[in-house]
Design a protein around this ligand. Structure first.
Ligand code: FAD
Ligand code: FES
Ligand code: FES
Length: 1333
């Protein structure tokens, strides 16, 4: 931070150490300060907007009034460092470290296998740790609640929750629910089923250190003295561009507000912070009344509660909770409505930061609280002129006369008690249950004439239906005096739809859905009130029908539980041999302590520069000019780099580095700015002026690509039987389409690259997160026009990849290397989340068209299927993804006459790329969709049709590869049996009969999946193993660690092969220096191929040692090694695996493209809310053919993680593009991956044993297979929606698209409300977003 005169010293503590910052800059946030000033890199950057929890730390403050210390979890990315005066910050480093003592929270997270890539782990630790500081023996609910603001893209959350459960007072971890037994209580608890020797114990909880709260660090006494200092004075911090002023008295605050009327008050900074970061707001002055005692109070009076504006939403929650406990029910309706929404509003961190005053004043249009406060007649107490204003429609709609004056400050909010004949409710629907802005929410209240159901007063406020919260005041006025009956409801619905008009092109899209929600939520309120009236006077007011009862409540949030079963290790196996054991991830403890080093955690390098990008804003255009003069004139800017600066090729394999002459999508990199700080680079990048001239055509969707004949490659096809002929003899033929939208990888660590140019021979060293270092090396060499031997790429680990770091890092590395080459300085290039989502794209959207011929008994005789994927603007891997789709398009079914064709479309979207499953998760949904459609036409259940058509005996695929589906059959049968599918299906049907507005559905999907590539040389791998003279062993191989536990498994392999304990083996990194030309780590084959290479190296070394061992069989490893050295035997070797000899001959449509198949089945049960479209995943059972699992903890982790990622893909993850191809979804705020509340309430995973002699130790690659099993949730939703439609007399065959979002569910459950909404003529407007599949 630059030195500025007249600035006060900022004093706070970090991990018990005093920090005195003489040059505190108001624009710097705590995350930056921790990482870049204090070099505490355990706290991670992932989104920068409070939405992911990766940066969670604990902030503790002493309250001189109560003499208590408050510990709060906060997201450091939204905490201005200046706000920390007098606070104690604890980061993951302060909780525990390997060098000192690991904290029980860290230990349990690691040992319960709650970390994979480890990027989210410090945040998880801090959320649980802070909870324990406040509640050393938390309840289960508190654990789930504490984790709601933390995203994890790898694990599927189950093990993270489980690690927290161990701190709960209740015995909780056992999942053998209903059996009357607990696996943990039994003596031989590992053996659930002795016959099959199945284990459930993935870790040994006896090892856990106890939690001893007395061991926690004390709050710094100096901060207590500072807080109690009676002579506190105003503080001023002067930054480079801004000033921070912190008053200490109310009058001081008022004076400041009068002097600087435009300056925001910074309270939680959860509204101001994101506006500055994402909407480019600038404020020269900040006023920070944080800690001003007058703003923090709760006053309980006879008629209501007054809450200080400074109270956080978490404190508001506590105050309301207390009132609810103490007051009679009828008085607490507003409080209970608020509490319901406070439970799901953001995550625990934001609820602890955001204040009531900030919430009320910022009046976000999506506010969950303001509509209820308004409906509950709350008032705002202002100071300056000491007045009160009602928190009503005029205020929320920002009418100038109802707003705060610029010099006014909110002192408190008064929320009156409700009364006997007054009902208040809060209603909302969001894409996911917790930590998601509402799609529509509402606060409603009705007051009746005493003893009647005649409306005396009615209030309805809606959020997320326009630019502000909106009051339906006209409708309410018209309804006064009416009875609370169906006629009233019907008029109310009509009028409210007239009054609240969401224009067809409204921002946020989902227009018809939002219109439907307006009245669906009103109907829910109507039912709730009727029920309430009936409870008050059952004689006078009739109750709602029993079948409507379930419409009243939202889905409860429960703590997930489950069991994981796997094959026990042979009791005769050597105790030292770790193969088959659930060994903890090699870096797990380091993940949990924050000591695992990711690329951006590496300390600064002398003269390093930061890179920021300027990207295209046009879909397809000529670049007329690039004017960088303004950018170059800004402070700290060193250079602007464009295509002209690329010394080698700017276009390699069709991938363009810097746009040259033209842009072909929005988000293409046109130039980069190198500057001394990232902030300077980013500011300058915004100032680069590019002029364009649009070019036609602009192709966004698959449909448009088909129209323009725009493809990357020729059609790929496989065919068997005689399709045309077969269609002539079938009973029925159906034709249809299924659209599957794309998916964002959302790896927690965004793309990160550090390039260091060396002084000699134009060498360059790169540290980055990638799945394919040799590809990076290739691209950098080409861009710089130097031999690959001069480029060294190092990958220690990466914070999640999921396919998104196979090809993309190479392009980004080339771009950074060009910048490093031009400036001669090291370059640090970290994509912000928004840029990462925009530039790097994701899973291919897919269109499947099918024609299916079948008999009335469900036997499918013929299928003709076409697939098109949206490849985006460059080739990337689209052709190869298409080939995978075509080859895997039979999934688990034998169709004698089968033709499948596929083609990748070239469009003007950012280029889509590899993503876990590589096309299969999209394509196989189409298969399940037509199977389900056949079932519907034959009046059979989908499971019956699946059973009928499934591969049953040794068979050949369409491309003539022989396989034995026996494990598929086993997984399928076990899944049906052990999940009690039939009984539960009947129970669901019973439930559905009794409930009109909520429906349950079940589905089972089978899977035949493949690993590896049809290109033999892709499957080769190499390793390098050194034995040192102290006996320690260094293993290197070509695979990259991205959380999947590859290095852990490689250490298990080396340990077995060398017959030494794992502790002797070290695996440092992946590098092009140790293993050249390595294949990508993808296609589920990391362990297969690298394992064989490591095994080969170890076997070579053991062969060399054999003569020595034979001479001294009782000797120790160290002795043998020493002896070998003395006998001049080399203790280092490479190992090599030639790879599976796979191939595919597309001309002959014949091949042996995959080394083996992985089979599985999964059963899911959901409940959907037909009125809102929300769904709850009640239970999932997965049976996965793991053959022999080298590490069941890692494999189960992969299955669960992939399943949850798949479930997200098929349900709530939705990318929104404008019709011009601009990606709207660029942050966790508008792209929702599953959180802890989305995972199955009951989650059972079983590894099914089979044989696989092809792969190392008879294992199978399981990295991707779980992804498709997530579609059981999609089809369970489909089943539930079908039940709803059946009951409403609608056709049960309807198009099934993915994802089945709340919008899809609600709009497919057609009813009187969907019929009522106004529809727009599509030709009259341009929608805000479109589907691109
Ligand atoms: C990741 C994330 C998720 C979120 N999710 C939700 C959600 O699901 N539902 C929802 O409803 N909201 C959500 N929010 C919004 C959040 O509730 C608001 O941002 C928050 O309540 C604002 O409070 P604050 O203290 O942080 O305000 P600040 O950002 O500190 O201030 C906001 C504004 O209020 C003014 N102000 C603050 N206090 C006073 C006062 N006493 N007198 C006068 N003016 C004052 C300031 O001048 C400023 O203009 C989310 C926010 C984030 C970052
Ligand atoms: S980085 Fe702070 S919440 Fe995501
Ligand atoms: S382990 Fe949670 S994001 Fe990777």
């Amino acid at each position: 931070m630059a030195s500025v005169p007249n600035s006060d010293e900022l004093i706070f503590f970090v991990n018990g150490r005093k920090v005195i910052e003489k040059n505190a800059d108001p624009e710097v946030n705590l995350l930056y300060y921790l990482r870049k000033v204090l070099y505490l890199t355990g706290t991670k950057y992932s989104c920068g907007g409070g939405g992911c929890g990766a940066c969670t730390v604990m902030v503790s403050r002493y309250n001189p009034k109560t003499k208590k210390i408050h510990h709060s979890p906060v997201t450091a990315c939204l905490v201005p460092v200046c706000s920390l005066y007098g606070a104690a910050v604890t980061t993951v480093e302060g909780v525990g470290s390997i060098g000192t003592r690991i904290h029980p929270v860290q230990e349990r997270l690691a040992k319960c296998h709650g970390t994979q890539c480890g990027f989210c782990s410090p945040g998880m630790v801090m959320s649980i740790y802070t909870l324990l500081r406040n509640h050393p023996q938390p309840t289960l609910e508190q654990i789930t609640k504490a984790l709601g603001g933390n995203l994890c893209r790898c694990t599927g959350y189950r093990p993270i929750v489980e690690s927290g459960k161990h701190f709960c007072a209740e015995s909780t971890v056992c999942g053998l629910k209903g059996s009357g037994k607990c696996c943990m209580d039994q003596e031989e608890r590992s053996f659930v089923n002795r016959q099959e020797q199945m284990c459930t114990k993935l870790y040994n909880e006896d090892e856990f250190q106890p939690l001893d709260p007395s061991q926690e660090p004390i709050f710094p006494p100096e901060l207590i003295r500072m807080a109690e200092d009676p002579n506190k004075r105003r503080l001023t911090f002067q930054g480079e561009r801004t000033t921070w002023i912190a008053p200490v008295t109310l009058s001081d605050l008022l004076e400041l507000k009068a002097n600087f009327p435009e300056a925001p008050l910074i309270m939680g900074n959860t509204a101001v912070g994101p506006s500055i970061k994402f909407r480019d707001e600038f404020h020269p002055i900040f006023i920070s009344p944080l800690g001003l005692p007058e703003l923090y109070f709760v006053d309980y009076t006879d008629d209501g509660v007054t809450i200080g504006a400074g109270c956080s939403l978490a404190q508001l929650n506590d105050a309301l909770h207390l009132t609810v406990l103490e007051q009679p029910r009828e008085k607490t309706k507003t409080y209970r409505a608020l509490l319901k929404h406070l439970r799901t509003l953001a995550g625990a961190q934001i609820r602890n930061m955001a204040t009531l005053g900030g919430h009320v004043v910022s009046r976000p249009n999506f506010s969950d609280l303001n509509p209820i406060l308004a409906a509950g007649n709350a008032t705002i107490n202002l100071i300056s002129k000491d007045r009160q204003i009602p928190l009503n429609g005029h205020f929320l709609e920002r009418s100038p006369e109802a707003c705060l004056k610029s010099e006014e400050i909110v002192l408190s909010v008064y929320i009156p008690h409700s009364t006997q004949w007054h009902f208040v409710s809060g209603l909302r629907l969001a894409q996911r249950q917790e930590n998601a802005f509402a799609i529509v929410n509402a606060g409603m209240s009705v007051k009746f004439e005493d003893g009647t159901d005649t409306i005396k007063d009615l209030k309805m406020f809606y959020g997320s239906v326009g630019p502000t919260v909106v009051s339906a005041s006209q409708t309410c006025k018209q309804l006064i005096g009416r009875l609370w009956d169906d006629h009233m409801l019907s008029d109310a619905c009509r009028w409210v739809l007239e009054e609240i008009h969401i224009p067809p092109a409204a921002e946020g899209g989902m227009v018809e859905y939002r219109r439907t929600l307006i009245i669906s939520l009103l109907f829910k309120f109507y039912l709730k009130v009727r029920r309430g009236l009936n409870k008050m006077d059952p004689q006078k007011f009739s109750d709602i029908p029993e079948r409507f009862m379930s419409a009243l409540e939202d889905f409860p949030i429960k703590t997930p539980q489950g069991i994981q079963m796997f094959q026990c290790v042979d009791p005769y196996q050597s105790p030292q041999d770790p193969v088959g054991h659930p060994v903890m991830h090699q870096s797990a403890i380091k993940h949990a302590t924050g000591e695992a080093v990711f690329s951006d955690d590496m300390p600064p390098i002398a003269q390093e520069l930061f890179l920021a990008v300027t990207t295209s804003t046009r879909t397809h255009a000529k670049i007329i000019s690039i004017d960088a003069s303004e950018a170059l004139a800004l402070p700290g800017v060193v250079d602007v780099i464009t295509a002209e600066d690329v010394p080698g090729d700017n276009n390699h394999r069709g991938e363009v580095f810097y746009a040259q002459n033209e842009v072909i999508c929005v988000g293409q990199i046109v130039c980069t700015v190198a500057a001394d700080t990232y902030a300077h680079a980013r500011e300058a990048a915004k100032k680069v002026k590019i002029t364009y001239e649009d070019v036609e055509p602009r192709i966004i969707t698959i449909e448009q690509a088909l129209k323009h004949n725009s493809f990357f490659s020729i059609e790929k096809k496989v065919e068997q039987g005689n399709v045309e002929e077969a269609f002539k003899y079938v009973d029925q033929i159906i034709e249809g389409e299924a659209h599957v939208e794309g998916q964002e990888h959302f790896y927690m660590e965004t793309q990160t690259i550090l390039v260091i140019p060396k002084q000699e021979d134009r060498e360059m060293v790169l540290y980055l997160g990638t799945q394919f270092p040799s590809h990076v090396q290739e691209f950098v060499a080409v861009a710089l026009n130097i031999p690959r031997s001069r480029i060294a790429c190092h990958v220690k680990r990466t914070g999640g990849g999921f396919g998104g770091k196979v090809t993309k890092p190479a392009v980004l590395a080339a771009i950074s290397a060009v910048a490093a080459n031009k400036t001669g300085c090291p370059i640090r290039f970290i994509l912000e989340r928004g840029d990462d989502m925009l530039i790097t794209a994701g899973r291919h959207p897919l269109l499947g068209k099918y024609k299916i011929g079948f008999m009335n008994n469900g036997v499918i005789k013929a299928a003709d299927v076409e697939y098109y994927i949206n490849g985006g603007c460059t080739p990337d891997e689209s052709e190869s993804v298409t080939e995978f789709i075509v080859l895997k398009s039979d999934n688990a079914y034998y169709i004698p006459n089968f033709r499948c064709r596929g083609r990748p479309c070239k469009t003007n979207l950012p280029s889509n790329t590899a993503f876990r499953g590589y096309g299969f998760p999209q394509a196989a949904v189409v298969v399940e969709a037509y199977i389900t459609a056949v079932a519907s036409h034959c009046n059979l259940s989908p499971e019956e049709v699946k059973e009928i058509n499934m591969y049953k005996t040794i068979n050949e695929t369409t491309y003539k590869q022989t396989f034995n589906p026996e494990p598929l059959r086993r997984c399928w049968k076990e899944c049906l049996e052990k999940s009690s599918f039939s009984a539960r299906k009947l129970a669901a049907e019973e439930f559905n009969k009794k409930n009109y507005w909520k429906k349950r559905g079940l589905a089972v999907v089978p899977m035949k999946f493949t690993v590896g590539f049809p290109v033999a040389y892709y499957n080769q791998a190499a390793a390098l193993v050194h034995i040192y003279l102290d006996g320690s062993v260094l293993v290197a191989h070509g695979g990259c660690e991205m959380g999947q536990g590859l290095h852990t498994k490689m250490m298990q392999v080396a340990s077995r092969e060398l017959n030494i304990p794992r502790s002797y083996i070290h695996l440092s990194e992946t590098s092009t220096v140790t293993v050249p030309n390595a294949s990508f780590t993808a296609a589920s084959m990391g362990t297969d191929i690298n394992g064989k290479a490591v095994q080969n190296a170890c076997q070579i070394l053991m062969a060399r040692l054999q003569p020595i061992i034979r001479k001294n069989p009782k000797g120790r490893w160290e002795e043998w090694v020493a002896e070998a050295f003395e006998e001049s035997i080399s203790l280092s070797t490479t190992g090599y695996f030639k790879g599976y000899q796979t191939y595919m001959d597309w001309e002959k449509e014949k091949g042996d493209p995959y080394p083996y198949y992985v089979y599985g089945a999964s059963c899911s049960e959901v409940e959907v809310d037909c009125l809102t479209g929300a769904h709850k995943l009640l239970r999932t059972d997965i049976f996965m053919d793991a053959a022999f699992s080298i590490n069941p903890a890692v494999d189960i982790g992969q299955i669960e993680g992939a399943f949850v990622q798949g479930m997200g893909f098929y349900t709530i993850e939705e990318l929104k593009y404008s019709p011009e191809g601009v990606l709207h979804s660029r942050s966790p705020d508008d792209y929702k991956i599953p959180t802890v509340t989305e995972i199955p309430e009951e989650f059972y995973v079983t590894l099914v044993h089979s044989r696989n002699p092809t792969a190392i130790y008879s294992s199978k690659g399981l990295g991707e297979a779980g992804m498709f099993l997530g579609s059981s949730v999609l089809f369970a939703i489909f089943d539930a929606v079908t039940a709803a439609r059946k009951e409403r007399g609608l056709t049960t065959t309807f198009t099934l698209n993915s994802p089945a979002t709340p919008e899809f569910i609600r709009m497919t459950c057609v009813d009187q409300f969907t019929d009522m909404i106004p529809r727009d003529d599509p030709s009259t407007f341009t929608p805000w977003s479109i589907h691109v599949s």
